[in-house]
Design a protein around this ligand. Structure first.
Ligand code: GTP
Ligand code: MG
Length: 405
């Protein structure tokens, strides 16, 4: 099965909005109806036929159906969140392919330029395009049109190259887990904490928040609002108090209340202000002393709309604290979604979550396949549809010729 077809089968659904499990049966009827109705139309965005969910005796959905729905929900989220980047990437790639029909050095140079402009990062672009050159030669591809799939496939490959499944959060089932959220001002730390708390709570974890931003006026209140919205307890002290003391008390409270996950907010700090960066070290030390192994994750929030500046932030934070993962926020707000690749390949820090909007469920675990699906969904689907049409004809012809034998 082709790479595009696999992506389409996995992530595509007929709805931009993720489906609820209850809607499944209705959805399946609706999509069948839409398929029937759209038979005569151009099948550019033909909805996928959803199979009916198999409910077992307890009225529970089967694991296969659950996984299928989950992948489609993820696909729809990335598709919606990456709309701006997709419009940009697809239009630019279509332009390139139309302009340079033949695979040659001029095409590769134009592709390099396009990817660099989309924030993919210089070194990553060089590596990616070099591998494309080799692949084109190896497979004897001479038309740029035939490179579409290879380009998208290579993006996933380059992401996976030193993969150790590191997108997965280091959360233990037993005992208290501590997550420390760090980053410069306004990148989305507090919002991400609210979204993360919501996710973990939905998974049945007991979550608590620590209001470690004692610096900015209103920051404690902002976290409390998130706590109320999500329904989790927020441990706080007064504005101006020592953030390390806030963390220390919060950890003790979390231990005594059998909390599974404590998520700690911190003040936004500029990477070039050494006193603030030192404060972060202290916070981390205090956490580590109270719970061995903690913090289990130090998540650095980066704002995708700040482009290459996000990379330099990451480098500075990495120097003072052991960043274990990136949360790339506001990916919905940029047309330069290539920043994900730059972060991964130039910093070797995994992107664990991406922010795809401002709603509670707009924080999604990062995965390179759902990402490229979001980045190229229309192109992928159109390509699969076009390729399937002649195949069908070929099958029919084959069938006839078989019969005539
Ligand atoms: N569109 C979009 N907006 C986001 C996302 N994540 C956060 N935001 C917005 O970014 C703004 C800043 O978010 P905060 O969570 O307050 O950022 P912060 O890092 O805690 O800021 P400081 O506490 O001032 O350092 C808010 O308006 C959020 O709604 C996202 O994924 N997409
Ligand atoms: Mg904040």
């Amino acid at each position: 099965m082709s790479f595009f077809k696999r992506l389409k089968d996995k992530f595509s659904s007929n709805s931009e909005e993720p489906k609820q499990q209850e809607d499944l049966e209705q959805l399946s009827e609706d999509s069948q109806k839409e398929i029937d109705e759209s038979q005569d139309e151009q099948p550019v965005k033909k909805p996928k036929k959803l199979k009916e969910a198999d409910f077992d005796d307890d009225g529970l959905i089967s694991i296969e159906d659950f996984e299928e729905i989950e992948a489609q929900q993820l696909g729809a989220k990335f598709r919606a969140g990456l709309e701006k980047s997709r419009e940009n990437f697809q239009a630019q790639l279509n332009n390139l392919i139309a302009r340079y029909r033949k695979v040659d050095e001029e095409f590769f140079e134009a592709l390099e330029e396009m990817l660099i402009t989309a924030d993919v990062g210089f070194n990553t672009v060089m590596q990616l395009v070099e591998e494309l050159r080799e692949e084109a030669q190896r497979r004897n591809i001479s038309e740029t049109e035939d490179l579409r799939e290879v380009i998208v496939e290579k993006i996933v490959e380059i992401y996976h190259q030193d993969d150790d499944n590191s997108e997965v959060m280091n959360i233990e089932n037993e005992g208290l887990n501590v997550i420390l959220m760090v980053g410069v001002n306004g990148v989305g730390k507090t919002t991400t904490i609210g979204k993360l708390a919501h996710r973990y709570q939905a998974e049945g974890k007991k979550v608590m928040l620590a209001a470690g931003d004692t610096f900015r006026a209103g920051a404690i209140q902002q976290l409390k609002v998130w706590g109320e919205r999500v329904g989790v307890e927020v441990m706080s002290q007064s504005e101006g108090s020592d953030p390390a003391a806030v963390m220390y008390d919060a950890i003790n409270a979390a231990k005594s209340k059998d909390v599974d996950i404590l998520i700690c907010d911190t003040a936004g700090r500029l990477q070039n202000k050494s006193n603030l960066m030192n404060e972060l070290e202290k916070v981390k030390r205090v956490i580590g002393r109270a719970v061995p192994e903690a913090p289990h994750e130090v998540l650095l929030c980066l704002d995708a709309t700040t482009g290459q500046n996000a990379l330099s932030q990451a480098k500075s934070f990495k120097e003072v604290t052991n960043v274990t993962g990136i949360v790339l926020t506001k990916l919905d707000g940029t047309a330069k979604g290539g920043i994900v690749l730059a972060i991964r390949n130039e910093l070797h820090i995994p992107v664990k979550y991406v922010g795809l909007g401002e709603k509670l469920d707009d924080l999604q675990p990062f995965n390179p396949e759902s990402y490229v699906y979001g980045l190229f969904a229309d192109m992928i689907e159109q390509n699969v549809d076009e390729n399937e049409a002649p195949n069908k004809n070929a099958e029919e012809i084959d069938g006839h010729s078989d019969e005539s034998k």
